[in-house]
Design a protein around this ligand. Structure first.
Ligand code: SAM
Ligand code: SF4
Length: 486
């Protein structure tokens, strides 16, 4: 049996793409393995959002150069955002790469692999650039890729990502996504619902709907009817064995009241909103072309919390963006202090060739300053996360149990282990329990909190509570294959 290795870097969309590529190659008889040097086909599903993510892939490719010389029949492929962005540059920097395949051509992977094996000629499969044709032509060159799944690649067997939208039309000046993933296109609700029913039939309980600006989802039917995200949530909630629905990532300007009402009104929808703001300074937001002001974002937060009482909200930030003064950075710190985000993802600005920001503005903030601002913002956020977590102590939360925590993975397989799961507000909860609980939703009484984790005790008859759990360092959900989040 031919052996396949795949390494995935980047966002949930890439994790889903890898799951689908593995599914299609498994149907061709490939066996998935976790050791690149032992594989016949070695694939890298890449990310271009920050330079660091690309450099990691080029280093990994460099480590394979001699191996490929020794075993020239092996097939090496670079897939996804970096392939679409760098195109021939991939093979200039790593001439031993056989396949360069963009995000819109992943359906062709089995044929591309066969073609390389047959001809030994390098294969390129790429979409059009955003200005290489009319809108419809460019859209058509980015196929939505959603074939049958490979359950073994999922975060867990009872959780799945479902793509509801591809591409992005926002064109934030710092971001490569509109060119690497193409124009924004919403998938038909019929296809999405069919996929969710299929997943439910396979035992999936939680679906996370994916889109770059997921809350701008809107599908126009042939007869003029429109389906919005709020309608889609209601449709998916009607599938009996789906217990939880999440959606990421939201764009602040597209957070409509009908969506917030659906989040409040539909029990199965998680009360969790990831709505990145990026900066707390209007001048910076303008240079980023984020299309809203800090005042607008603050009002949106108030609206979210009024319409969905108890909702947990999280954000993304870029520090050290072009021209970010100490004063502008302090405004971001103020926004983080007052906004009480459950958590935030904080990134140092990375200039990306081909973006407007890279053309228009010098990357003028020294690396040391970016690092310091990153740490400062992180410590403000961590203090807020700790406050938020302490408020949960004494409450009981419904937790979908995902698997052993990092600590639990090291414990003996027999008997109770430290398990981890998430609440309906996306809080990470850790507790001792019988591994039989994995995949079930159980009540956990929260006893202790750190900035990252809640610790508790199972409240059901399954409870196994020999002794209190020590707050061991930061557990994480287990089970991801070949994934490096960057
Ligand atoms: N579509 C989502 C949105 O608009 O929030 C997120 C997409 S992006 C893949 C994820 C995060 O990466 C962004 O929210 C932003 O904070 C960060 N990011 C994007 N481009 C970046 C860059 N050039 N340098 C540093 N961080 C960046
Ligand atoms: Fe990138 Fe902005 Fe689109 Fe998000 S909304 S993917 S940050 S261009």
């Amino acid at each position: 049996m031919a052996k396949l290795y795949i390494e995935t870097v980047g966002c949930q969309m890439n994790v889903l793409d890898s799951e689908l590529v593995v599914g299609s190659l498994r149907r061709q008889g490939y066996e998935l393995i976790h050791e690149p040097f032992a594989a016949d086909v070695i694939l890298f599903n890449t990310c271009s959002v920050r330079e660091h993510a690309e450099e990691k892939i080029y280093s990994a490719l460099g480590r394979l150069r001699l191996h490929k010389k020794e075993f020239p029949d092996k097939v090496i492929g670079v897939l996804g955002c970096m392939a679409q962005k760098d195109q021939e540059i991939v093979r200039q920097r790593a001439p031993h790469v056989d396949i360069v395949c963009g995000t819109g051509q992943l359906a062709q992977i089995p044929q591309l692999v066969e073609e390389v094996k047959r001809t030994r000629v390098p294969q390129y499969a790429l979409s059009l650039g955003r200005t290489d044709g009319g809108r419809l032509e460019v859209e058509a060159s980015f196929e939505s890729y959603d074939p049958l799944r490979d359950a073994s690649m999922r975060p867990t067997p009872f959780q799945a990502y479902v793509r509801i939208q591809i591409g992005c039309d926002k064109f934030c000046t710092y971001c490569v996504v509109p060119s690497t993933r193409g124009p924004e296109q919403s998938r038909s609700p019929e296809h999405i619902l069919a996929e969710c029913r299929h997943l439910a039939g396979e035992g999936c309980k939680e679906v996370t709907l994916l889109g770059q600006t997921v809350n701008s989802y809107e599908y126009e039917h042939g007869d003029g009817r429109r389906t919005r995200l709020s309608d889609l949530l209601a449709g998916i909630a009607a599938i009996p064995s789906i217990e939880r629905i999440k959606f990421v990532t939201n764009f602040p300007k597209d957070m409509t009241d009908d969506l917030l009402d659906a989040v409040r009104g539909i029990d199965k929808v998680c009360k969790y909103l990831h709505v990145p703001v990026q900066s707390g300074c209007n001048d910076v937001l303008k240079r980023m072309k984020r299309l809203y002001t800090v005042e607008y974002y603050r009002d949106m937060l108030i609206r979210c919390r009024e319409r969905v009482p108890g909702a947990a909200i999280s954000s993304d930030f870029i520090v050290g963006f072009c021209g970010e003064t100490e004063q502008s950075f302090q405004k971001t710190c103020d926004l983080v202090r007052e906004s009480k985000f459950k958590n935030s993802f904080i990134f140092k600005y990375s200039a990306r060739p081909g973006t407007k920001a890279d053309d228009l503005f010098p990357d003028d903030i020294p690396e040391e300053t970016k690092k310091r601002r990153n740490n400062d913002l992180l410590s403000i956020q961590n203090a807020n996360s700790l406050d938020d977590h302490r408020r949960q102590v004494g409450r009981t939360m419904a937790v979908l149990v995902e698997g052993p925590s990092k600590h639990g993975q090291k414990q003996s397989v027999a008997g109770p282990r430290q398990l981890t799961g998430r609440s309906m507000t996306d809080h990470i909860v850790v507790f001792d329990g019988n591994p039989r609980l994995i995949g079930q939703t159980i009540d956990v009484h929260i006893r202790e909190a750190t900035s990252f984790t809640l610790y508790g005790d199972v409240e059901t008859s399954e409870a196994t509570l020999p002794s209190p759990i020590a707050a061991s360092p930061e557990p994480e959900p287990s089970g991801r294959i070949g994934l490096r989040l960057v």
